[in-house]
Design a protein around this ligand. Structure first.
Ligand code: ZN
Ligand code: ZN
Length: 355
């Protein structure tokens, strides 16, 4: 039996078969998704009780090794710090030169990752539609800036996203340079030095849910977050395409470095992780693959669902707030039915309020 779902900005006809778990093989009927990973989507075992150490270690291992975006970003942070960061001595006073150099470096990084993935997947189509969640073309016309989704996304990413990213980075580096924040050296506490890299994604997941829930508060949604949600289907440039106020809120998580002991390389990593992994998680593809073998995991299906359905999956999988608060859509038919029920109840509530 066909149903019509009215819970998202676009109406999606779907059948029970179309949302059933699959292994990514394209379907013959008009499918809900072009590709869907195995469901139910697993969340981090960090908060399961009793603690299951082998599962936790396995989760960490699989999300970091043998190669992952996290590991690559640790590498880019060290390269940035070693070769492309103005010395701390010149960062004691704000000056356009060193801040502009950092902006240019961040711009180059963002363009390399988002632009590189866009060229690979959408211009040269090197992977065709293999492991692509939604095969619809990017939007044109209203409401996009320049009436073109890709140009819109590039503009907000580079003009606002990279600028706010650099502003936070410069502010914290200035704090280090002036001794307002103590620099934690590797030799002082190597365990904590490494642990920070592992904890940043968990902190991001913890923080992101809270601010994202807040951004869905109607006044703030209308004022800022709607800009990110212009993208019902997403591409690499969509990840950091946000309103400047959302950039300030989203990237503000990095201010924690004013409180906890860390090194400037952690700050570079922290911001690069937020910005660059926004491009990878919104790539629209589950992975880069070669001969059907996974090379690198990319887009997150739970967030792809958030862009389409809007009222679920506000957070990540590392800190599973959505599971705790009942807003988790794990990709199954049952979770989808729950979401529809929830939306119907909300719509009825609204009708009653309006009399
Ligand atoms: Zn949202
Ligand atoms: Zn998003």
């Amino acid at each position: 039996m066909r149903q019509v779902i009215l819970i998202c900005p676009i109406i999606y006809p779907m059948s029970a078969e179309s949302i059933s778990p699959g292994t990514g093989t394209p379907r013959t009927r008009r499918p809900q998704w072009n590709y869907q990973p195995d469901v139910p989507l697993p969340v981090s075992p960090l908060f399961e009780w009793p603690l299951n150490l082998p599962r936790i270690l396995n989760w960490f291992w699989r999300s970091w090794f043998p190669v992952s975006e996290k590991l690559i970003i640790v590498f880019t942070a060290f390269i940035s710090w070693t070769y492309f960061q103005p010395p701390l001595e010149v960062s004691q006073n704000f000056h356009i030169e060193w801040v502009a150099l950092m902006w240019l470096r961040n711009c180059a990084l963002m363009t390399a990752v988002a632009g590189g993935l866009h060229l690979y997947f959408y211009v040269f189509r090197l992977q065709k539609d293999a492991h692509r969640y939604d095969s619809k073309a990017f939007g044109k016309g209203r409401p996009f800036t320049f009436r073109n989704q890709v140009w819109d996304n590039m503009f907000w990413t580079l003009a606002s996203g990279v600028t706010v990213w650099t502003a936070y980075e410069a502010f914290i580096i200035w704090g280090f340079a002036n001794g307002f924040i103590e620099v934690l050296e590797w030799s002082q506490n190597p365990v904590w030095f490494v642990a920070i890299f592992l904890l940043v994604p968990i902190w991001e997941s913890f923080y992101f849910f809270l601010i994202h829930r807040w951004l869905h508060w109607k006044p703030l949604y209308k004022f800022a977050h709607h800009l990110h949600h212009r993208n019902t289907n997403v591409g690499p440039w969509s990840g950091l395409s946000m309103h400047p106020v959302e950039h300030l809120i989203f990237l503000g998580a990095v201010l924690i470095h004013w409180i906890i002991a860390s090194h400037p390389v952690h700050v570079l990593y922290h911001l690069q992780y937020f910005a660059l992994s926004a491009a990878t998680t919104h790539s629209g593809y589950n992975r880069i693959s070669k001969n059907d073998k996974k090379v690198l995991s990319l887009g997150t299906f739970h967030h792809q669902m958030h862009h389409r359905f809007l009222h679920c999956n506000y957070g990540g999988l590392e800190f599973p707030w959505d599971k705790f608060t009942g807003t988790f859509h794990d990709g199954t038919e049952e979770a989808h039915a729950n979401l529809k029920r929830h939306m119907r109840a909300k719509a009825q509530e609204l009708r009653q309020l309006r009399g």
